[in-house]
Design a binder for this molecule. Structure first.
Ligand code: SF4
Length: 257
């Protein structure tokens, strides 16, 4: 069953990876917009056409965030991080850069010691303005589920014209501040078996990720029921084994169960 966020600002919710996270949903509150169509997406399948006008407005985002930050402060609610998340890919918002500046301004005003995070699929890193905005964010958490194109295409299901090599190169442009996020899973889609936990997969992934010198690597597996059938969740013991292999290459690995 898919879960959509029906508010612009949601939480703070206890996140497996970030602690108490106040979510900012730049996407529509009743549908998903994304440049991928991941087989495990908690928001369900990506609709073919969602009008761009349905993005939440910069003005509404600013005012709703400010109201909620004041409430959190007055009520002494727990808060660790303010996170761009929600119903799809936040960098697709036409005013993403301006909104990042707004959120930094409000964070500095009400909770200067808290961090700002973004969960992004990294498809807009080729856009200089968006790259610069992502680099302003304390915790830029960028997705790389497989370094092997055929597996990547099964798991993340990008449009057919998607340029995989460019995507990988663009990740390299982001090095030194990046937090890499990888979903591990296996299964079968349209008769094709896949598994991004094999030795070959991990070795190829390491070839891309190690030179990025990531601050952190977040690994996890399916948590809620995915839209695709026949997917297998990687259980904590196996995820710990994968984490051990990655740590052996001097990566800081954070595992979410
Ligand atoms: S990139 Fe994120 S929002 Fe987009 S389909 Fe994949 S999991 Fe869903």
């Amino acid at each position: 069953m898919s879960i959509l966020f029906h508010d612009i600002i949601f939480g703070p919710v206890r996140s497996r990876r970030l602690g108490y996270s106040l979510g900012i949903n730049l996407l529509p509150t009743n549908s998903k917009i994304c440049s991928f169509n991941c087989i495990y997406c908690e928001c369900g399948w990506t609709p073919v056409n969602t009008p761009l006008s349905k993005f939440n407005s910069r003005k509404d985002i600013f005012s709703e965030l400010e109201i909620r930050l004041i409430e959190i402060k007055n009520n002494n609610e727990p808060l660790d991080v303010i996170t761009f998340a929600g119903n799809g890919e936040p960098t697709l918002h036409p005013e993403f850069s301006e909104i990042v500046d707004d959120v930094i301004l409000l964070r500095n005003k009400y909770f200067p010691e808290k961090k700002i995070a973004v969960l992004s699929n990294a498809t807009k890193l080729g856009n200089a303005k968006i790259l610069e905005s992502l680099r302003k964010i304390d915790l830029p958490i960028l997705k790389l589920d497989s370094a092997i194109e055929s597996t990547f295409r099964i798991i993340n299901n990008p449009p057919s014209k998607f340029d995989f090599n460019k995507y990988i190169n663009n990740l390299s442009n982001f090095k030194d501040k990046i937090i890499v996020q990888t979903m591990f899973l296996r299964g079968e889609i349209n008769g094709q078996k896949f598994d991004n936990t094999t030795e070959i997969e991990l070795n190829e992934w390491l070839k891309i990720v190690k030179p990025l010198n990531p601050v952190n690597v977040m690994i996890y597996s399916i948590d809620r029921e995915p839209p695709a059938k026949n997917l297998v969740k990687i259980l904590p013991d196996e995820l710990k084994l994968i984490a051990g292999k990655l740590k052996a290459h001097n990566l800081n690995v954070m595992t979410a169960f």
